[in-house]
Design a protein around this ligand. Structure first.
Ligand code: HAX
Length: 437
């Protein structure tokens, strides 16, 4: 039995009475009323999901288990010789709420190494897909293909379902996925963009280091990977990828079905695909200018052209945040402290967009939040380190987002969260409620 699993078991046992008491004794306490615009407008702001893994304050941004991004990076054990922590230690923190010791972190590192081999049939599935399939479609197919190995599904089919202990099967599936997603993503990358040449895993490396190695990108891309996966891990539960994963898991679907569904949601341009769209927008703009650095006036015009043609400015705005996304700031700080990257023309252009776009969006008057989100900055760093195939960027997001989604559905099972089933109403009912009928 792993120390992480035992620690998690204690946490779950301590936590369960809190949830039970809230439902039994305080189940009728109201958290708010639902308005017509919330019912029509994407359930914005309705408080009906519960998670302790992260919390998103509109003005402050994300906290993972109560810690801001800088606090998270400072607290966790670091990979020797690196500026960023082990992703495996972060996984421990997301699951348990505690900062692990180096020894505990290394236990997860070893556990994931043992689980990291990509099954041969997954390679077959990936190779059978047309090579011009979007890498997110490939990633999703690989995840759902592995459903045959789900411990949860096998035990359920064998009649071994037990509401109190089924989180353990989810935990096993979640760890299997976490260990394999990096190597699968790297396999897709090299198959699709690097002439189908592959680099075997290096058993000496941690998850982030091995990912960089299998991608074939030199240091400090290992730190970029660690930073990127942690930053993209979780953004409380209402965003499309986290909510979809939770929703599908609520039907007692296993981690593979659930996270493949989450990945499909992440692939939408209003969500995770925005990082690809940012680079596409920026590159198109630079091409139109023949590669020269634009003036602020040229940039402002291009932003207005995008808005006037009815499109969104990718990487800007957010459903919850009302200030610059600290995940954007964290990546910007990485660029500012990295020699070469700070002077890099693409970084300078993205910085200029940061100066110009919020004013344009404010004048446009629609977006409630004119500030950049995580996706406005992430592609620049990838591009700088040679990962210029921007339709791959959302896959990177998907490897990181798994940390949050899978930690959440492990806890969903542990606390016995119900199958999700909100109520719908008809338009006529809304008109009745509004008194216009
Ligand atoms: N450019 C142009 N218009 C925008 C805008 C932007 N960046 N952001 C919002 N708006 C518009 C909306 O389309 C909406 O217009 P309509 O009334 O015509 O429908 C209006 O402003 C009000 O929207 P909002 O309440 O401010 O924002 P939403 O909560 O509805 O949507 C989005 C939030 C992130 C989807 C939105 O800001 C957007 O489309 N941004 C660009 C795409 C993007 O960067 N997505 C990634 C977000 C972060 C994330 O999930 N990463 O994975």
């Amino acid at each position: 039995m792993s120390t992480l699993k035992e620690t998690l078991r204690k946490k779950i046992e301590e936590h369960r009475p809190r949830t039970t008491r809230l439902v039994k004794e305080f189940g009728d306490v109201k958290l708010g009323d639902v308005t017509i615009s919330q019912a029509i407008g994407g359930a914005r702001g309705i408080k009906c999901l519960v998670t302790d893994i992260s919390y998103l304050d509109p003005m402050e941004g994300i906290r993972f288990r109560g810690k801001t991004i800088p606090e998270t990076f400072a607290a966790l054990p670091k990979v020797p010789g690196s500026d960023y922590p082990y992703v495996e230690g972060f996984w421990w923190m997301l699951l348990t709420g505690d900062v692990p010791t180096m020894e505990q972190t290394l236990e997860v590192v070893e556990d994931w190494k043992k689980r990291s081999q990509i099954p041969a049939y997954v390679i077959d599935v990936l190779r059978a897909l047309p090579r011009d399939s979007h890498p997110m479609a490939m990633f999703s197919a690989a995840i759902v293909a592995m459903q045959r190995d789900s411990v949860f599904a096998k035990n359920y089919a064998a009649g071994k379902f037990n509401k109190m202990t089924c989180w353990e099967d989810m935990y096993e599936d979640a760890n299997e996925l976490m260990a394999k997603l990096g190597p699968i993503a790297a396999y897709i990358y090299r198959m699709k963009y690097k002439g189908d040449t592959h680099i075997p895993a290096d058993p000496k490396l941690d998850m982030g280091g091995n990912f960089a190695h299998m991608m074939g990108v030199d240091k400090p891309y290992d730190d970029v990977a660690r930073m990127y996966f942690i930053l993209h891990s979780d953004h409380e539960s209402g965003n499309v990828s986290a909510h979809t994963t939770h929703l599908v898991a609520s039907a007692l679907s296993d981690a593979y079905y659930s996270y493949a569904a989450g990945i499909n949601g992440l692939a939408g341009p209003l969500h995770g695909l925005a990082n690809q769209e940012v680079l596409a927008w920026t590159q198109n703009f630079m091409d139109k200018l023949g590669g020269k650095v634009p003036t602020k006036e040229e940039l402002e015009k291009a932003l207005w052209d995008t808005l006037n043609s009815g499109q969104v400015i990718p990487g800007y705005g957010h459903a919850v945040l009302r200030k610059t996304d600290p995940r954007y700031t964290s990546q910007r700080e990485f660029c500012l402290k990295t020699p070469g990257l700070k002077e890099y023309p693409l970084f300078q252009l993205v910085s200029m967009i940061f100066e110009v776009a919020p004013d344009v969006l404010l004048k446009h008057g629609k977006a409630k939040n004119p500030w950049p989100n995580v996706d406005a900055q992430s592609g620049v760093i990838q591009w700088y380190y040679g990962v210029t195939e921007y339709d791959f960027y959302t896959v990177l997001f998907g490897v990181g987002r798994a940390l949050g989604c899978l930690a959440n559905i492990t806890w969903d099972r542990a606390l016995g969260y119900a199958i999700e089933r909100p109520k719908s109403v008809t338009t006529a009912m809304l008109e009745d409620a509004a008194g216009i009928k």
